[in-house]
Design a protein around this ligand. Structure first.
Ligand code: FES
Ligand code: FES
Length: 164
């Protein structure tokens, strides 16, 4: 099958590109758009390094094809970071040493922000178990997870105190 044109929104910008039908979303973001914050680990949907938001839901960029995102709204770690919406999470990760090599961090932050957005809707502060459950699809080879859970928990509590 030949290349196809797709049009989508990426981090608030309209993008039209020609892609091969078999190109994954994460390869499209990294190689065609230069958005290298989304990482490629397992390429099998297991590690979560490629996590991005598509139409407001977290997805594995390695399991989704770029052509499936025609007409979609995609947010990567670059967009989440530039908008300032995860500034508190980024600071908490830094302050609590919730990263070492940082390979998992963009995916962790994207997944954590998804959890906190859901918490904002329900006004229920996620427990440590909730946080572990929500991040269970994101592997970190370095930190042992304790510091990551600490960081997300601290931000959840701070956002709740600030009325989200
Ligand atoms: S690279 Fe996509 S889940 Fe591991
Ligand atoms: S900080 Fe190294 S994989 Fe998580």
């Amino acid at each position: 099958m030949s290349a196809l044109d797709i049009s989508l929104s990426v981090n608030g910008e309209a993008v039209t590109e020609r892609v091969e039908p078999r190109q994954t979303l994460v390869d499209f973001l990294r190689e065609d758009l230069g958005l290298t914050g989304s990482h490629v680990g397992c390429e099998h949907g297991v590690c979560g390094a490629c996590t991005v938001h598509v139409n407001g839901e977290i997805v594995r960029g390695c399991l989704m094809l770029a052509v499936q995102c025609d007409g979609a709204t995609v947010e990567t770690i670059e967009g989440l970071s530039d908008s300032g919406e995860i500034a508190d999470l980024q600071l908490a990760f830094e302050q609590r040493n919730a990263l070492q090599c940082g390979y998992c961090t963009p995916g962790m932050l994207a997944a954590a922000q998804d959890l906190l957005k859901r918490a904002k809707e329900t006004k229920i502060v996620p427990s440590r178990d909730d946080i572990r459950e929500h991040l269970s699809g994101n592997y970190c080879r370095c930190t042992g997870y304790q510091a990551i859970v600490d960081a997300v928990e601290s931000v959840a509590q701070a956002r709740a105190e600030n009325k989200w």
